[in-house]
Design a protein around this ligand. Structure first.
Ligand code: ADP
Ligand code: ADP
Length: 231
């Protein structure tokens, strides 16, 4: 993933906010890359630009050789299937079971019923939710809800998993369990994981490399160990 001079300016009548400001970054295939920074640094805007939940004001985002900022709506839909995302508040459908939530992106992608069922059961096993297939989100703990979110994000075999403060609503033990699961998934599936967080601990526990954001810019980057080992 190669990001060149990426900017997002929010304009209103009275002011403009440079949420992301000429940001440059390269993320390698298969790495766990962390973006850390205080509230308001632009992290959330940045990660939403990566799957075009936000439209950039300027710049390029090249994923596997394709500049996704240039895609029309049809090819964008296809590319988006290769980018999974998980959220702080899980964003599950409350009237649907675990199985139905995970199945949802496969339905949208037009995967036949039998194939869907097989894939969903594989995913449920992968994230450790066997036996909970027919539970509703309201019957699950926070950690279990995030496991559903992860399984749903993996349904279309993405190359990239974006994590937006994915453990910020969880207690420390559950946070560790979810981070272990992300490492496990990174090992087993080899996909690239990009996570944003305001928690140093999350970065130190699982990230290979890290960028520190402030005022919409990357102010420091490097191996996770080096960045946090300054005198
Ligand atoms: P972080 O995720 O690091 O807390 P954000 O990306 O949410 O940072 O926000 C970066 C800046 O952009 C902040 O000043 C925020 O107020 C502003 N911002 C974010 N979203 C919007 C929006 N939809 N409209 C206007 N300003 C926004
Ligand atoms: P349907 O199965 O009819 O498509 P949904 O499962 O999308 O319905 O949503 C059922 C209800 O749950 C709606 O009122 C919706 O607003 C609410 N809901 C869905 N997702 C969330 C969420 N992430 N957080 C809170 N409420 C939600």
């Amino acid at each position: 993933i190669s990001i060149k001079s990426l900017s997002k300016i929010y304009k209103s009548k009275h002011n403009e906010v440079k949420a992301v400001d000429h940001l440059n970054l390269n993320i390698k295939n298969g790495e766990i890359f962390g973006v850390i920074g205080y509230s308001g640094a632009g992290k959330s805007t940045f990660i939403r630009l990566l799957n075009r939940l936000e439209e950039p004001t300027e710049g390029e985002i090249t994923i596997n050789g394709k500049d996704i900022t240039k895609l029309g709506s049809r090819s964008l839909r296809k590319e988006r299937q290769k980018i999974g995302m998980i959220f702080q508040h899980f964003n599950l459908l409350w009237s649907r079971t675990v199985l139905e939530n995970i199945s949802f992106p496969l339905e949208i992608a037009g995967v036949p019923r039998d194939e869907r069922k097989k894939k969903v059961l594989e995913l449920i096993k992968l994230v450790g939710l066997s036996g909970r297939e027919n539970y509703y989100p309201s019957q699950l703990s926070g950690g279990q809800k995030q496991r559903v979110g992860i399984a749903r994000a993996l349904a279309n075999d993405p190359d990239v998993l974006l994590c937006d403060e994915a453990t910020s609503a969880l207690d420390p033990q559950t946070t560790d369990d979810i981070l272990d699961l992300l490492v496990d998934i990174n090992n087993k599936l080899g996909l690239t994981i990009i996570l944003i967080t305001h928690e140093m601990h999350v970065i130190q526990k699982i990230c290979h490399r890290v960028a520190v954001m402030e005022g919409g810019k990357v102010i420091e980057q490097g191996d996770a160990l080096d960045v946090f080992m300054h005198p």
